[in-house]
Design a protein around this ligand. Structure first.
Ligand SMILES: C[S@@+](CC[C@H](N)C(=O)[O-])C[C@H]1O[C@@H](n2cnc3c(N)ncnc32)[C@H](O)[C@@H]1O
Length: 384
């Protein structure tokens, strides 16, 4: 298959291969998604929503942000911050979720709003621009370049993300004859060829630490950025909660014979494919998150496990059914439309089940949260 997509990016990939030889799939994905100004996430291109390539829960309905604001209010009273209550959103995309959270805090929890700081950390300059425009009326919103700029043990509040970890560049591995290989790519007469090289010690140690034995013959992704990122979050948090919302599974469910090609997919104009080498820079590439890894590596950085749930249970515990009931009282088309959107957020087999929520905490005495009061039934495979 020929590399197609943005010419400048293709030239950059070709040059790298000419200079270095085969490059890892992870390096290819990094260029395709994050090469400065040209990558999928770093360029000026509509990505999320009807005119983009995929929808996120933030775009479906404002209730998602309203209920998260309610969750943050509960956290505020639990941790009773000495200084400002810090709400840190990482990878906020267009900023819609931040808008709904800030709007709710300002109107319904103004005491908390006045004592808070809403910090956005975003890698894409394009998204920072849209966020700044959208959030210009919220005086408590501010932008910080990266989590590294915080001192260790300094954040008091909540660090959260929606669909961040699935967007990190991943290594792809394959187990053959009991040997773990990593996928590299090279070019032959302009055609992409995949090459297998024995996996590095870092990758082998990752599976060893997680106590995972990959089934023979399958491919899987290794998200080493996620491993480092959750540890960074753990180091920076002084007191509070970490809420990670994304699609994914625990290890037991992720690495199965019935997922022989792993979970990595591309999204282009709302269609998914496994054509990673087409539309380079013009399509999203994403993989499911390993929540067992976030739990395990988070614990190593001081994050205690609180709960693992799905989006349906999370939102129902927070009161989405009350919002639906109120809307049912208004006998009009707009409310009917909103009810349908709200149902989308909690649909079994859809967003309600596909999206999971991992909650971790550090230095908090009382970790009981309303949002995880009733948990989904989890079979052994889903135990984190
Ligand atoms: C799939 S989008 C999700 C956007 C948003 N949270 C939503 O719900 O619509 C992933 C976002 O994470 C950002 N991102 C990726 N890596 C990042 C990093 N290391 N730090 C901050 N943002 C990052 C991307 O630029 C993009 O805006």
């Amino acid at each position: 298959m020929k590399l197609t997509g943005k010419k400048e990016l293709i030239e950059i990939i070709k040059k790298k291969i000419e200079e270095e030889g085969a490059i890892s799939f992870k390096d290819f994905m990094d260029i395709a998604l994050y090469y400065p100004d040209l990558g999928y996430y770093t360029s000026d291109k509509e990505k999320i929503g009807g005119f983009g390539d995929f929808f996120t829960s933030s775009e479906v309905d404002k209730a998602f942000g309203q209920l998260l604001a309610k969750q943050f209010a509960e956290i505020f009273y639990k941790i009773n911050p000495k200084e400002k209550f810090q709400i840190v959103e990482i990878g906020a995309g267009k900023g819609y979720l931040a808008y709904d959270i800030l709007q709710t805090l300002k109107t319904e929890y103004n005491e908390i709003y006045q004592k808070s700081e809403y910090i956005l950390i975003e890698k894409s300059k394009y998204h920072i621009k849209t966020q700044k425009e959208l959030l210009k009326d919220f005086e408590i919103a501010k932008w910080v370049e990266s989590l590294e700029s915080f001192e260790d043990n300094s954040i008091e509040g909540v660090i959260f993300s929606n669909e961040l970890f699935d967007a990190f560049s991943v290594h792809i591995v394959e187990k053959q004859n009991n040997i773990l290989y990593e996928i590299y790519i090279s070019l032959k007469d302009d055609e992409v060829i995949e090459i297998k090289k024995e996996a590095s010690k870092k990758i082998i140690d990752y599976f060893k630490e997680l106590n995972v034995e990959l089934p023979e013959g399958i491919r899987a992704e290794v998200n080493l950025i996620a491993k480092d990122f959750i540890q960074l979050i753990g180091r920076k948090l002084k007191k509070g909660f970490v809420i990670t919302i994304d699609y994914g599974y625990p290890s037991n469910e992720l690495y199965k014979e019935y997922r022989p090609r792993g979970t990595i997919l591309c999204y282009h104009k709302h269609k998914y494919s496994e054509n990673f080498y087409q539309n380079v820079g013009l399509q999203d590439i994403t993989s499911h998150v390993n929540f067992s890894a976030l739990k395990y590596f988070g614990e190593k950085a001081g994050l205690n496990f609180v709960a693992f749930t799905d989006q349906a249970h999370f939102l129902i515990n927070l009161g989405i059914m009350d919002i639906i009931a109120q809307l049912q009282e208004n006998d009009d088309y707009k409310s009917y439309e909103r009810i349908n959107r709200l149902k989308t957020l909690v649909l079994p087999g859809g967003m309600g089940e596909k999206f999971k929520i991992l909650i971790q905490a550090k230095n908090v005495a009382d970790i009981d949260l309303e949002s995880v009061k009733i948990l989904p039934y989890l079979s052994q495979r889903y135990k984190i």
